[in-house]
Design a protein around this ligand. Structure first.
Ligand code: GDD
Ligand code: MG
Length: 365
């Protein structure tokens, strides 16, 4: 079976991490997010994968034809973003049999193989995976009848409209003839376009509910949560089990006086200096330098980041090539790439710093 992964649209909710890279290339456990998704599909024997991109991204230069990771990748690129369904219509030439569609920002252990079995038994036009969430207002709410047939689809409902905690998990099995309902080269979505249209026309859509691990990593809070979950053994695929493991990459140097509490993942070519304290869950990307007495707690650091002496970083995300000067204090914040924080600077908790910014201490005037 072929799968289409949706890669694109707006990634503004993940800013400042996605000003200059697509959401799909954001690292998760030091590996591009999309690579995890491809491995997940591959585990379910889905190895013919089409990446439906809204813009030309750097994906192809990284993934190539996919052969080095054991899959076949094809690429389609929209002239202008076509929406979720329009993006699949744009890949129509590849889709002649039942196929799978995945939102490209979902990390899940959902059992696709079981979903395929259920779809092939019931033979509807579409089967939609459902997952329970605490706040359905950020997602597509789906109502079903006692037989599991979808009766209503309500994208981003208001709280007053919430009738269930089950939402669209962004994973669909579709019959190729549904493509006939999607206008070519026009912006059209599954959520507000195709699914409500199929329901209106009485076409069968079934739900496949699951309580497997599931998260949409499309906001900094969820991105951080995803890391904490994976490092503490949720999401069965990733090998962190005990919650206190420490993994250190090749050519990385850890000073003997550094204290590392797991779960912590350190990439290749890193230097962790004297008396540095890492309090997991922590992820440090390749090429990072963490100098004396710095403290990093529950944070994700991308590549080539430098923390000078006595920096304190807590519950934050720091993108590539940032430089945090001595004694700076960063908590509950997200730093885009190439940010410099001056010595002694204390960021307001909740800060979102755009790429390339130089943050200076506030001066009283
Ligand atoms: N190629 C392409 N073109 N991809 C797109 C486009 C587009 O124009 N627009 C969005 N996408 C991709 C996004 O990159 C993402 O992978 C996926 O489609 C869903 O878009 P989001 O912007 O992340 O939507 P959402 O999270 O608000 O809501 C969707 O996902 C929820 C589950 O996380 C909806 O499908 C909801 O119904 C669903 O509950
Ligand atoms: Mg999303």
């Amino acid at each position: 079976m072929k799968a289409v992964i949706l890669v694109g649209g707006e990634a503004t909710r993940l800013h400042p991490l996605t000003y200059n890279i697509p959401k799909a290339m954001v690292p998760v456990l030091n590996t591009p997010f999309l690579e995890h998704v491809v491995h997940y599909l591959s585990k379910h024997q889905i190895k013919d994968i089409i990446l439906a991109q809204s813009h030309l991204h750097s994906l192809q230069s990284y993934f190539g034809d996919g052969s080095h990771i054991g899959v076949k990748l094809s690429y389609v690129v929209e002239d202008a973003p076509l929406g979720t369904a329009g993006a699949v219509k744009n890949a129509e030439k590849y889709l002649h049999e039942t196929f799978l569609v995945l939102n490209g920002d979902i990390f899940t252990d959902l059992d696709i193989t079981a979903m395929i079995v259920s779809h092939l038994e019931r033979k509807p036009k579409a089967t939609i995976a459902l997952t329970p969430v605490d706040d359905p207002t950020s997602y597509g709410l789906i109502e079903t009848n006692a037989q599991g047939r979808v009766t209503r689809f309500l994208e981003k409902p208001k709280w007053s409209q919430v009738t269930t905690n089950m939402i669209n998990a962004g994973t669909y099995l579709l019959e190729p003839d549904v493509l006939n309902y999607i206008p070519p080269q026009a912006n059209f979505s599954f959520e507000r376009g195709l699914f409500p249209l199929l329901l209106e026309q009485g076409k069968p859509i079934y739900a496949c509910p699951s309580s497997a691990y599931w998260i949409d990593m499309g906001t900094p809070e969820k991105y951080l949560q995803l890391h904490k979950d994976l490092l503490t053994g949720k999401g069965s695929q990733y090998g962190f089990t005990s919650g206190d493991e420490v993994l250190i990459g090749d050519q990385s140097y850890i000073h003997p006086t550094a204290q590392i509490k797991g779960p912590t993942l350190i990439g290749n070519n890193c230097t962790i200096g004297q008396k540095v304290k890492l309090k997991g869950p922590v992820v440090i990307g390749s090429g990072c330098t963490i100098l004396e007495d710095a403290v990093i707690e529950e944070s994700i650091i991308w590549r080539n980041v430098r923390l000078e002496q006595h920096v304190s970083l807590k519950n934050s995300i720091v993108a590539d090539n940032c430089h945090l000067n001595a004694s700076s204090l960063i908590e509950d914040s997200v730093l885009g790439s190439n940010v410099t924080v001056a010595s002694g600077c204390k960021l307001e908790p909740g800060s979102r710093i755009s790429p390339g910014t130089i943050v200076e201490p506030k001066t009283d005037s």
